[in-house]
Design a protein around this ligand. Structure first.
Ligand code: NAP
Ligand code: ZN
Ligand code: ZN
Length: 346
């Protein structure tokens, strides 16, 4: 099946229309007619070559919401007409210790990404900036009724990437959580941490988005451009979720952790980050990382969001505005996730 899509032709080049081939619907596959695809900063890192060479042309997009248009003969968990989502993973080995625990994102045999990855059949996966996608049914999740489709799309990456570490490090009532960077991931971290009952502080470059941050559920909001912030908050947090796409002075943030606190990097800057170990030793602190979440946990997160009425704050755009949206994300001018209306690809 040939479908319309938008692709980056090579590293750093603007995205442009393309047609791509989607595989035939196999026995355990689902054909999804895409409604919305979120724009994640990882899409931008990938097509700009920040993370190394890519198999261009690359169709990005791993925050996909759509409707099931066709199912394979063995599919029982999804039916034609269901509203479904696909995140960053479209396959894994299902047999290794990590897959067996539901951590498909850490598959020891290599999880297969939604785009720019080599699929089981040797073809290159192509993502959600497209009208349709064919995905193994086990990697397709249900989007509960009550969630707006456009607002649900970013949950498939930004939502799960922040939900998973908040749950793993037990954010809840009585926990002081800081979120560094109020972009796509950051604004979801604020909403989710607040819904989990934690006390939430935003650490943003400036106070420009303070009103929004408090509305989204933050209890406190500080500008990291103000050196006094780092004095005032010293030793305060049990958990810091760093969503920043660039390198930051980790040492300054580690000193904001209480004893036994953890700073989790979900932001994935191209350059290495350095740490003075004294800032870990003096407080038995941890520096950690976390990648998206497994499939079952993604479903749990969507159900949690439906129960708590949580969606992303989105700016829906036609696909021909994607390059402009990329520029605005790079300029930290996103409130708080761009989402492509896939009907504009038809
Ligand atoms: P985003 O919407 O661009 O948000 C990043 C935010 O970081 C910006 O809005 C800005 O917030 C802050 N920021 C940007 N540049 C900065 C700088 N030089 N210094 C300090 N703060 C800066 O991006 P996103 O889509 O949320 O993604 C964030 C990062 O997470 C990316 O690196 C992405 O690749 C990564 N990611 C990782 C995973 C995972 O599984 N671990 C999943 C998805 C994304 P303020 O304006 O509030 O300062
Ligand atoms: Zn993403
Ligand atoms: Zn595996």
């Amino acid at each position: 099946m040939r479908v319309n899509a938008y692709a980056a032709p090579s590293a750093g080049q603007p995205l442009a229309p393309i047609t791509i081939e989607r595989r035939e619907v196999g026995a355990n596959d689902v054909l999804i007619e895409i409604q919305y695809a979120g724009i994640c900063h990882s899409d931008i890192h990938t097509v700009n070559g920040d993370w190394g060479p890519q198999p261009f042309p690359v169709v990005p997009g791993h925050e996909i919401v759509g409707v099931v248009a066709e199912i394979g003969s063995d599919v029982t968990r999804h039916a034609v007409g269901d509203r479904v989502g696909v995140g960053c993973l479209v396959n894994s080995c299902r047999e290794c210790a990590n897959c067996e625990k539901g951590n498909e994102q850490y598959c020891l045999n290599g999880a297969i990404g939604t785009y720019a990855a080599t699929d089981r059949d040797g073809t290159t996966t192509q993502g959600g900036y497209s009208t349709h996608v064919v995905v193994d049914a086990d990697f397709v999740v249900r989007v509960p009724d009550g969630l707006d489709a456009a607002a649900a799309a970013p949950l498939l990456c930004a939502g799960i990437t922040t939900y998973s570490p908040l749950r793993h490090w037990n954010a809840g009532p009585g926990t002081k959580v800081a979120v560094v960077g109020l972009g796509g991931l950051g604004h979801m971290a604020v909403k989710l941490a607040h819904a989990l009952g934690a006390e939430v502080t935003v650490l943003s470059q400036s106070l420009k988005k303070q009103e929004d941050g408090l509305r989204l559920g933050a209890d406190d909001y500080f500008a990291t451009s103000d050196p006094d912030t780092f004095k005032a908050l010293r030793g305060r947090f049990a958990l810091i979720i760093n969503t920043v796409s660039a390198t930051i002075d980790l040492d300054a943030y580690l000193r904001l952790l209480a004893v036994d606190g953890t700073l989790v990097n979900v932001g994935a800057p191209p350059e290495p980050l350095s740490v003075r170990v004294g800032n870990l030793i003096g407080g038995r602190r941890s520096f950690a990382g976390s990648a998206i979440g497994g499939i079952a946990e993604t479903q749990e997160m969507l159900d949690f969001c439906a129960e708590h009425g949580i969606g992303a704050e989105v700016e829906v755009i036609p696909v021909d505005q994607v390059n402009e949206a990329y520029e605005r994300v790079l300029a930290s001018d996103v409130r708080y996730r761009f989402v492509i209306d896939a009907s504009t690809l038809a």
